[in-house]
Design a protein around this ligand. Structure first.
Ligand SMILES: C[S@@+](CC[C@H](N)C(=O)[O-])C[C@H]1O[C@@H](n2cnc3c(N)ncnc32)[C@H](O)[C@@H]1O
Length: 388
């Protein structure tokens, strides 16, 4: 987990009358999309904050979100909130949560802290005090300090001496769906690709064109959405190791998600000018189990045409820019703008990632809407263009 992902811990109360108090970590810029998605997954008190979304929900909802949410990076559950002015105080109060409900015997635990404007500012010592508190509460022999990816993550945020302790329910980041074994340069996070499709309100009945598809992320995410497949069916969620989770409950949520799959034929065309990259996209789609519902073509974006007989649809693209392109990126953006201006694309809408105002200007089209997201460590804009 990146430290900035725990920077934005919500300040809300750690207990909630109607369920667990949760915080969904998202890629900065995707907060509103994630909130909309959470609302469809039966949670309450949804509140957008920078870098994430606060909400309350039942254990079933927590399972459902981990399994099915497409735009969320991970979900933390807030277990305790208190004032801490000294390390002994922190050690004592860190014993408050019912750790035995979340940490099974022998489980490795890793604690990550961020400290702001507080008396306790040494994050390493804060982490150790909380870890010692947990070990004290459980049987000392029952936990070990783990740095490996599969250790149970506990996050601690100290701000103005107020300490919030949370437990991660997701394990590995949820954008790591597991299908992308091969990638070219600068692949887009799966959560960002899915969120862009949601933002464009792409419907599975509509044609989708993905020129410059790279490792195939947009096309694969669209195929998963179109076929009603849960985003993370094969994920090893941290919550699956919690003693508090009833396996029957998990199975019920899992069965319900599996039951939502449908064999819908889709009109998704992914293309790239690079043969080797296209091969990677095909392999990734096969890994995701959707290779048969996506058409892959080797093609320059400038030759893109809508499928015959279509009356409109959606194009999503993440063109190369910055270090990834030799020469002037604005030339490519200008050509993409020209493409969309063709009569053949009447009724189509496009989502395109734009790194700077020069590239946006080169498109020569006014954006209907725009959103700012953090992609590859940089703020970029996503534009919604349409050809009327
Ligand atoms: C930034 S990558 C796209 C990454 C992709 N979204 C992913 O998740 O892997 C840009 C892609 O555009 C392709 N490309 C560059 N110029 C192109 C062109 N003129 N026509 C078609 N594809 C092109 C590159 O081969 C590369 O795969």
């Amino acid at each position: 987990m990146e430290i900035n992902e725990i920077e934005h811990h919500a300040q809300a109360e750690h207990t909630a009358a109607d369920g667990l108090a949760c915080f969904a970590v998202v890629v900065p810029g995707l907060e509103k999309i994630a909130a909309a998605e959470l609302n469809t997954l039966a949670v309450h008190a949804v509140q957008v904050v920078e870098g994430g979304v606060n909400f309350t929900g039942s254990m079933d909802a927590l399972c459902r979100i981990n399994l099915r949410a497409r735009s969320i990076t991970r979900v933390l559950v807030r277990l305790a909130g208190f004032k801490a002015l000294s390390f002994p105080e922190l050690f004592n109060k860190a014993q408050k949560p019912a750790w035995e409900r979340y940490i099974s015997a022998g489980r490795a635990v890793t604690v990550k802290a961020s400290c702001h404007s507080s008396k306790l500012m040494h994050s390493g010592r804060v982490e150790q005090a909380v870890l010692d508190g947990i070990a004290e509460k459980l049987n000392k022999a029952d936990i070990s300090l783990g740095d490996s990816g599969d250790a149970q993550l506990i996050t601690v945020r100290l701000e103005h001496d107020q300490c919030v302790i949370s437990i991660d329910s997701s394990g590995e980041r949820l954008d790591r769906r597991g299908y992308r074994l091969l990638t070219g340069l600068a692949p887009i996070r799966e959560t960002v690709a899915a969120a862009m499709l949601q933002w464009m309100d792409w419907k599975p009945e509509e044609p989708l064109l993905v020129p410059m598809c790279g490792s195939g992320t947009f096309a694969i995410e669209a195929a998963l959405i179109g076929q009603g497949r849960a985003a993370n069916l094969a994920h090893d969620f941290a919550l699956l190791h919690w003693p508090a989770l009833h396996q029957k409950r998990w199975k019920r949520v899992q069965d319900k998600a599996a039951g939502m799959q449908r064999d819908l034929s889709l009109n998704i065309l992914a293309s790239d000018s690079d043969e080797a990259v296209l091969g990677q996209a095909v392999s990734n789609a096969a890994q995701a189990g959707v290779a048969d519902v996506i058409r892959f073509d080797r093609q320059d974006v400038r030759a893109l045409q809508p499928p015959k007989g279509s009356q409109g649809g959606v194009i999503v693209c993440n063109p190369p820019y910055g270090d990834r392109i030799r020469g002037d990126a604005t030339v490519l953006y200008r050509d993409i703008g020209k493409l969309l201006k063709q009569d053949a694309f009447k009724g189509w809408r496009m989502a395109i990632i734009v790194p700077d105002p020069e590239c946006e200007k080169a498109l020569g089209l006014a954006a209907k809407r725009r959103m700012k997201i953090k992609h590859g460590g940089k703020w970029v804009r996503v534009l919604h263009l349409r050809r009327v």
